[in-house]
Ligand binder design. Structure first.
Ligand SMILES: NC(=O)c1ccc[n+]([C@@H]2O[C@H](COP(=O)([O-])OP(=O)(O)OC[C@H]3O[C@@H](n4cnc5c(N)ncnc54)[C@H](OP(=O)(O)O)[C@@H]3O)[C@@H](O)[C@H]2O)c1
Length: 435
């Protein structure tokens, strides 16, 4: 198949990821052409500010702030979108697909909000759209879902897919840090953005789960279908009690398919220490899938960072380049027509951890167990500790057997109105037998 064909790349974005994509394509040009039998070369790069001083600019490549210079260039076969954000990325990608360019993107927000329409547009124009880097950075997960695991009915996803929050939670768990101090450390090391809101509030993980669950369950799942809750309410005490009970705390993205009902949720979760996800630490990511044939499979590695993400982006670029060289048509996209419904959170059934502050006097525990009993929430364990500050109070930590979310939320409201309960400090869902 070897020929001297040159595959032209239009790179949109020269930031953390774009820089490493450019460097990889340039530094590996010879090894790539010896593997593929063609040359893959960046023709133009789109940035916001072409005059800005940069740590790396590939020689002989034009930097421009006009997207049309890439989309309309007949020498460009593949657009690589690593700008980020919903707009104007969506508009540029749509224009590129309509112009007959293949597209590789790392943009989870765009794919989580507009994935199905983008896939359809690419198919209509007989071009490829690839987004391996959109979930889990360098970890191959989209490819396996689309190919290697296709024979399975996938019914479970349990994933740590945000490196920033996993770093923060690891620091809080291992060193007893307060949330804000752990975030500051993550920022100092470049693991958290100056504004970490999208990460710590769970939105970034929700985007990624929408993409994963759509492919795993063959159903259109929009970003807004995913319930998400961040890690900002967790305190050192939660990690201390979790450890005492035999759990780590992780921000999990959970997808479950039961019949025609789908759960998609992102929230802090107590994970049994012996579960493989409990030992995924620092900025590492891991995705565990459950399928009827394969059982449980776990993919793990670096979920972010310039080079790991460039690994996925350039992998997609090279796969498309091979198809261009061999004259293969892009495969039709998977049908995402599953007639499923998203289960309301109120109907979720799982185990719960509840931490509360109560007056240290006889009869308090009886009042709490009555509230729970009335709502058919049964206790699995109780820890009660006298605390020094504020004096006269004790901290009570309850774990429940599997119970309904609506009942547990109602129990929390009723506990809050008990005179003897000062505050319900936290409610964290647990990974029970489902994981
Ligand atoms: N960073 C990671 O570890 C990682 C991992 C997985 C996926 N991703 C995804 O990869 C994408 C890029 O992330 P990043 O961290 O590389 O971002 P970044 O460092 O902020 O870089 C963004 C680049 O895009 C350019 N850009 C942004 N908006 C533009 C616009 N409207 N017009 C023209 N150029 C524009 C910027 O130009 P200037 O340089 O002139 O400002 C910059 O070069 C995002 O979708 C992100 O979610 C990132």
């Amino acid at each position: 198949l070897a020929n001297n064909r040159e595959i032209g790349i239009g790179l949109m974005g020269l930031g953390v990821v774009g820089t490493e994509v450019a460097r990889t394509l340039l530094e590996k040009e010879h090894s790539i052409s010896s593997k593929l039998g063609c040359t893959v070369r960046i023709k133009r790069i789109l940035v916001r500010a072409p005059e800005k001083e940069r740590r790396y600019v590939p020689a002989d490549v034009v930097l421009t702030d006009g997207a049309e210079g890439l989309i309309d260039d007949p020498a460009i076969d593949i657009i690589v979108e690593v700008m980020g954000g919903e707009y104007p990325a969506l508009e540029y990608v749509q224009r590129a697909l309509r112009a007959g360019k293949h597209v590789v993107t790392a943009n989870k927000e765009m794919m989580a909000k507009h994935g199905p329409e983008i896939l359809t547009l690419a198919h209509e124009h007989s071009v490829s759209i690839r987004f391996e880097a959109g979930v889990g950075g360098g970890i191959p997960i989209i490819g396996p879902l689309l190919k290697d695991l296709l024979a399975n009915d996938i019914y479970g996803i349990s994933a740590i897919i945000n490196g920033t929050t996993n770093y923060v939670l690891t620091k809080m768990g291992m060193e007893g840090l307060e949330f804000n101090d752990a975030v500051r450390q993550a920022q100092a090391l470049g693991y958290a953005e100056a504004d970490p809101a999208a990460d710590v509030e769970g939105l970034d993980a929700a985007y990624k789960l929408a993409i994963l669950a759509s492919l795993a369950f063959h159903t259109k799942i929009h970003a807004s279908d995913v319930y998400y809750e961040g890690i900002t309410k967790l305190g050192p005490a939660d990690f201390k009690y979790a450890a005492e009970l035999g759990y780590a705390i992780k921000l999990l993205a959970i997808g479950r398919m039961e019949g025609t009902s789908i759960q998609v949720r992102v929230h802090p979760t107590l994970v049994p220490v012996e579960h493989p996800l409990a030992s995924v630490c620092g900025v590492f990511n891991a995705v565990e899938l459950e399928g009827d044939l394969v059982g449980q499979v776990m993919f793990s590695g670096q979920g972010a960072g310039g080079q790991p993400t460039a690994s996925a982006v350039v992998g997609d670029v090279l796969d498309i380049a091979r198809n261009i060289v061999s004259g293969s048509n892009p495969p039709a996209p998977l049908l995402l027509d599953g007639a499923c419904t998203i289960q309301p959170m109120a109907d979720l059934e799982t185990q719960y951890y509840i931490r509360l502050l109560a007056v240290d006097e006889p009869g308090v525990m009886a009042q709490i167990t009555t509230v729970l009993g009335d709502l058919k929430v049964s206790l699995a364990s109780v820890i009660q500790k006298e605390i020094v500050q504020p004096e006269g109070f004790s901290e009570i930590v309850i774990t429940t057997h599997t119970a309904k979310e609506s009942a547990v939320q109602e129990a929390v409201q009723r506990m809050r109105s008990l005179g003897s309960v000062q505050e319900v400090s936290n409610l964290v869902r647990m990974l029970d037998g489902e994981g």
